[in-house]
Design a protein around this ligand. Structure first.
Ligand code: NAP
Length: 250
């Protein structure tokens, strides 16, 4: 009988895990997606889409689908699904590892201001500049809707939906972006402050190098805390090691 691994997805790491483990004999890999992206692209192994209905729904899913282990490879800011996952796995007695890529580290020349939430980032923006580049994601824009005196530049694939900041400039573009492109954006739009979540990873780090180059201050929103006692692995290789080490089959 094959073992069943559930990967909670929505990230590059989840995609890589499915590609690495999905083809192994004796192992069935299901990736779970929230369903926010219309065309998420092909994934190795099986895919299921949509919420589970809270921690209880997830616990039920783990039982009904005879899951042997879970690797939570969701985004560092997707705190709710991780809280539910840890709770559900503990209830069912299924081993659970959280794949959390490291956060970004400040370097010489960086002018970073760390804040605990999007709301505190919005409160700090007016003190640092009148033109802000917000890279906190479409759904995060509501937190900046009260910024009446700041011109906010937002880059997204599709136009963002309200609530959004009142003085909004939308740049329609799809990443990833190079450092040269990020420097050009900061200069052309005369950006005085950049706001980002501490997502970590290489794919969206060019804007931080650009801000350092141009001398723009950056408001960095800290990650939500992981649930107490969670088993954490730092990258895809460690996650595979966790599985191969037998934790997934304990
Ligand atoms: P969230 O606040 O932690 O989760 C909200 C709800 O969405 C969860 O309670 C769950 O619904 C459902 N959900 C989330 N991830 C799921 C998954 N992988 N499979 C099935 N259901 C899932 O998450 P979020 O911040 O809205 O992010 C949604 C997804 O986008 C995540 O999978 C994440 O990896 C990805 N993502 C998030 C960000 C970000 O900045 N937050 C960035 C890039 C990608 P039920 O309670 O009904 O189970």
């Amino acid at each position: 009988m094959s073992a069943h691994l559930l990967v909670l997805g929505g990230t590059t790491e989840a995609r890589e895990l499915a590609a690495l483990l999905g083809a192994r004999p004796g192992l069935r890999v299901t990736t779970s997606l929230a369903g926010r992206v219309t065309r998420p692209g092909a994934l190795a192994g099986e895919v299921r889409t949509g919420g589970f209905g809270g921690a209880r729904g997830l616990a039920r899913w783990l039982r009904e689908h005879a899951v042997d282990a879970v690797i939570d490879a969701t985004h560092p800011f997707a705190a709710r699904i991780t809280a539910h996952g840890v709770r559900a796995a503990a209830e069912v007695g299924v081993p659970y590892a959280v794949l959390r890529r490291p956060g970004w580290v400040r370097e010489d020349g960086d002018r970073w201001h760390r804040v605990p939430s999007l709301e505190s980032a919005a409160a700090l923006v007016p003190a640092l500049g009148r033109r802000a580049l917000l890279t906190t994601g479409r759904l995060g824009l509501a937190a900046f809707a009260g910024l009446t005196d700041v011109r906010c530049v937002v880059r997204s694939v599709e136009p963002p939906e309200p609530p959004v900041p009142p003085r909004l400039e939308v740049v329609l573009a799809r990443g990833p972006f190079t450092v040269a492109e990020e420097v050009a954006l900061l200069r052309e739009r005369r950006i005085e402050v950049l706001v980002t979540k501490d997502s970590g990873g290489a794919a969206t780090a060019a804007k931080l190098v650009a801000a350092r180059t141009v001398g723009v201050p950056v408001i960095v929103v800290d990650r939500p805390e992981l649930p107490a006692g969670a088993v954490v692995v730092g990258d895809v290789a460690e996650a595979v090691g966790w599985w191969e080490g037998g934790r997934g089959l304990a």
